[in-house]
Design a protein around this ligand. Sequence first.
Ligand code: ZN
Ligand code: ZN
Length: 139
Amino acid sequence: MTERVAACACGQLQIRCTGEPTLVPLCHCAQCQRRTGSPFGVGAFFDAAATAISGTSRRWQRVADSGHPVTFHFCETCGSSVYWHAAKLPGCIGVAVGCFADPQFPMPTLEAYGGQRHAWVADLTSCTAVEPPTQAPAS
Ligand SMILES: [Zn+2]
Ligand SMILES: [Zn+2]
C-alpha cells in the first residue's frame, strides 16, 4: 500500500499516511490563505487510523464557517502547518498537501470558496466546485 510522509520545513513534525486520501479539497478562503501563506490551501484527508504522527506540535483552533471547530497542528520550531482535525469529519485527519512535497500527489477533487480565488489562479475545471456554507451550522 502507498505510504507517504508529510513533514514540516525543519523536519521534526511528521505524519505518515498509508493508503490513498479519502478527499483532496482545495480552498481559496482567506483563512486558508493566511494559514498557509499561499494564495490557496490544499488538504488531503486520511483515515486517522491510517496515519502515524511523530514530533511535537502546537495547536490553534478556529470555528469554520460550517460552525464546526477545526484544530490545526503546526511545528513549534519552524511554524509549518502540517495537519488538522475538523470536528465535522470525525476519525479523519487533514494533511497539508504541500508538506508531502510530492509533485505526483493526487490532484484536488473539490474546490471551495471560488469567490476568493486570486485572479491569476486558473479555474480547476476538473474539480467539483462546492459552495461555502452561508448560514449558521445546520449540521
Ligand atoms: Zn518544523
Ligand atoms: Zn479555506
